[in-house]
Design a protein around this ligand. Structure first.
Ligand code: AVJ
Length: 316
């Protein structure tokens, strides 16, 4: 059946609602979480292997080099609660260092991904009780206590950088409730550094990050039936000095009109859609955020080049 899709086809579709709201605003934005469809997730995995994208390498090197110290910080018989289930080796590096870990609670909105992660971890650590929770970790929910053991929250990957100050504080407070008064947390944070290095990490020479960003328009075309001309937009990475964040934008290359069902969205030449902010912290600025969320910094583990930091937090 060939007909133009109308709002009623998508009225209860969260993606549709976010796209309409984001593109109707004076300053156009799209929430970064929609970057991660199947192709977007595959492109992000490719980004983590790029020379310019130092974050994953730096964080993994800290987890390897400080495995023993991190295990001491977490303590024996721990339950590890991960915010956003881990795809790679990071979770395994933490768990492998721990003495007698009791439980692993991955929290993620992506059902299949969560199931895969749970299965993989359970098979590598047969004595571990794995209890996945299918939620967006920004929602308010409980982590039911399940067996003994002090709890440690794990939030790697600089994902906290995608949250604004209020969201970060809200998540850290929620982690406090989940993890209890003896709870600990290990948070992966990308550090402020020279702007060229930061911008290169988000605008690589091979164009993988550009493809990752533009895939969002492709996704809107295929899933919502819009008519974005991908050639008429280009990827840009920009430093926002006030927010202390690298921003990804999609820049309109000319005046143009895009159709989405019966709606149209007008773009001026060089007008942008802001698709992601990756905030960068200093030890001081992160400490402030942590405090506001009810935590204090007990440890700060950096890689040899001082690019990235894993903060070990305890409750106030
Ligand atoms: C996975 C969200 C932390 O912000 O650095 C990589 C995503 N965006 N290149 C980041 C991303 C562009 C990444 N996070």
């Amino acid at each position: 059946m060939l007909r133009v899709k109308t709002a009623s086809d998508f009225i209860d579709n969260a993606f549709y609602r976010d796209v309409v709201e984001g593109l109707s605003a004076d300053v156009k934005t799209l929430p970064s979480r929609w970057l991660y469809d199947e192709r977007g997730s595959a492109l992000f995995e490719e980004i983590t292997t790029l020379d310019e994208y130092y974050l994953t390498r730096a964080e993994t090197s800290i987890l390897r080099e400080r495995q023993g110290e991190i295990a001491d910080f977490v303590g024996p018989d721990a339950i590890l609660v991960e915010y956003g289930a881990g795809a790679g080796v990071k979770t395994e590096l933490v768990l492998a260092g721990l003495r007698n870990p009791r439980g692993y609670v991955p929290i993620d909105i992506a059902e299949t991904f969560l199931a895969e992660t749970s299965k993989r971890i359970a098979s590598r650590f047969p004595r571990l009780r794995v209890r996945p929770i299918e939620r967006n970790f920004l929602d308010v929910f409980d982590v039911p206590f399940d067996g003994v053991g002090n709890r440690t929250g794990f939030f790697p990957g600089s994902t906290i950088g995608n949250l604004n100050a209020i969201e970060a504080q809200t998540l850290l407070s929620q982690m406090g409730r989940h993890l209890g008064d003896n709870g600990r947390a290990i948070i992966g944070v990308d550090l402020e550094k020279n702007i060229d290095t930061l911008l290169r990490a988000y605008d690589d020479a091979a164009g993988v990050t550009a493809a990752f960003n533009l895939n969002l328009l492709e996704r809107i075309n295929t899933e919502l039936g819009s008519d974005f001309h991908l050639k008429q937009f280009k990827h840009a990475a920009r430093w926002n000095d006030v927010e202390r964040a690298v921003e990804m934008h999609l820049v309109s290359l000319r005046d143009q009109r895009v159709r989405l069902g019966r709606r149209t969205f007008d773009f001026k030449a060089s007008e942008t859609i802001h698709t992601e902010s990756s905030r960068k912290y200093t030890a001081e600025s992160f400490e402030r955020i942590a405090r506001a969320g009810g935590w204090k910094v007990a440890n700060a583990w950096r890689d040899a080049d001082g690019l990235f930091c894993l903060f070990g937090l305890v409750r106030f």
